[in-house]
Design a protein around this ligand. Structure first.
Ligand code: SAH
Length: 459
């Protein structure tokens, strides 16, 4: 289809009606079929916008004035909502957010998977959709002679100073403020990105929701931390009961947050958390689910869909630090987990030991290479769980699943579009999608997580 030429010019001020919301949370207004994307508006609203950028096929505009508010409109609680970009849906009621996420999943299951008859359940949301994140990492810099820590302003590297983030655990905010203050008092200069000078680049706070354990990570440009002892003392005093203070060294001129070297300055190397009754050790660098409350909801759904009786062999593809594998292991005969990041597999093995789980085997490698090798070795899973990154499952892996013909596939997905694409491939190969359950892991943001159950029907 030919791309529509823009019927407007940059700088035009026009009156529009918003008819849709993109998966990025932007409102859509169509001018003679040409879509304009606008932040901070909702379907059903009308208003005046200024055209800011035109591409072939679509453009952008900014809201000048809103005429009417949609029933889902609410006031964002955060004072830096417009500048930050971390949340995209604070201007929408939580109920509205859940409905929007439901429609997104329903829509791709209908259109891409072509499964309009498959039930998609209402999104499992949070009772309290705030303060859910267990990990906060913020850049540190200098602004007007003052040390600031917060977020990069949208599409820039200017740091907005922020004292409170409503989707973070309250203690994370406190840890970040205290570390910033203690560093300022003790002459630890913030990092200057332009000149590649200064010391403190990022501060990360991690909280074990179930255990209350707290970790602070100071990412520094230099190995030397000025007034180290005083800084450690200061943080310990300011954050009573802190479990772990860690320094990570990143000497490079880069946007990547962490460097390769990590040392514990005070206390433990790890903090612990629980998902259900499985305990996890989390180091400064470990990958770990950021919303532990909803992770448990999601994994319980995956467990229910797996329908384990204790006799099953289960494969957990894209297993990360083995969270799903270990969650299922107690209900299965044997679990095999595979993950591409070797360090995550080390964590998975340690977490298995920590929980005295001996029927979980972990291997580092690509799921699309390791699982076919397991198949050749004679491993015959009853259930395969996949939890791929946004791009979905590798085609070779989907083919291996079709070859292995497990009784069930449980597909955990962070991207409904690729979920729907892969469901279609599995359906064409002989699986039947029974149901899909979206779970809201990231309230106030546009992210949607969903889990689908498939059964093998084509004998
Ligand atoms: N199941 C885990 C992690 C899911 S995130 C949990 O619930 O916590 C997706 C994971 O897939 C990441 O850990 C990523 O490193 C891994 N990954 C990406 N590509 C992969 C591949 N080709 N093979 C195996 N793992 C891969």
């Amino acid at each position: 289809m030919a791309k529509i030429q823009a019927p407007v010019t940059k700088g035009d001020v026009i009156h529009v009606t918003f008819t849709d919301l993109t998966h990025e949370g932007k409102g859509v207004a169509k001018i003679k079929g040409y879509p304009l994307f606008v932040e901070n508006v909702l379907p059903g609203e009308t208003g005046e916008v200024e055209v800011t950028k035109l591409n072939k096929g679509y453009g952008f505009a900014k809201l000048i004035r809103l005429d009417n508010a949609a029933p889902e409109r609410t006031n964002p609680v955060c004072s830096v909502y417009d500048e930050c970009g971390g949340c995209q849906l604070q201007h929408m009621t939580y109920e509205g957010q859940l409905n929007m996420k439901y429609s997104q999943v329903r829509n791709v299951i209908d259109r891409i998977a072509k499964l309009p008859e498959v039930p998609v359940h209402p999104v499992l949301g949070m009772e309290d959709p705030w303060r859910y994140r267990n990990k906060a990492q913020v850049p540190v810099g200098l602004s007007g002679g003052r040390i600031v820590a917060g977020f990069y302003k949208k599409r820039s590297h200017d740091i907005i100073d922020m004292t409170e983030c409503f989707i973070q655990h309250g203690e994370s905010d406190e840890i970040i403020q205290k570390v910033k203050d203690v560093c300022a008092i003790n002459g630890v200069m913030p990092y200057d990105e332009q000149r590649h000078k200064g010391v403190l680049r990022h501060v990360m706070a991690r909280i074990g929701y179930a255990t209350g354990e707290k970790m602070a990570v100071l990412v520094t440009r230099t190995s030397d931390l000025p007034n180290k002892e005083a800084v450690i003392e200061g943080i310990r005093k300011a954050v009573p009961g802190i479990t772990s203070i860690v320094q990570n060294i990143n000497p490079d001129k880069t946007n990547v947050i962490f460097g390769n070297q990590t040392r514990t300055l005070y206390g433990e190397d790890v903090i612990y958390d629980l998902i259900g009754d499985v305990k996890f050790a989390i180091s400064a660098r470990s990958f770990y689910q950021v919303n532990p409350v909803q992770t448990e909801v999601l994994y319980n759904k995956a467990l229910e869909y797996a329908g384990l009786s204790g006799d099953e062999t289960v494969i957990d593809a894209y297993c990360g630090i083995g969270t799903i594998s270990l969650f299922l292991a107690r209900k299965a005969k044997q679990v095999y987990g595979v993950e591409i990041v070797p360090q995550a597999i080390e964590d998975a093995k340690q977490n298995a030991e920590l929980n005295k789980i001996s029927n979980a085997y972990f291997e580092a490698g690509k799921a699309e290479e390791v699982i076919p090798a397991w198949y050749k070795q004679g491993i015959r899973p009853d259930v395969i769980v996949v939890d791929p990154p946004r791009k979905g499952c590798d085609e070779a892996l989907l083919q291996t699943i079709l070859d292995m013909k497990p009784k069930k596939v449980v597909y955990v997905s962070c991207n409904p579009g690729t979920l729907a694409r892969d469901l279609r491939i599995l359906e064409d190969g002989g699986f039947k999608t029974m149901e899909v359950q979206p779970v809201d892991m990231f309230p106030q943001t546009v992210h949607v997580e969903a889990v689908a159950q498939l059964v093998w029907v084509n004998k």
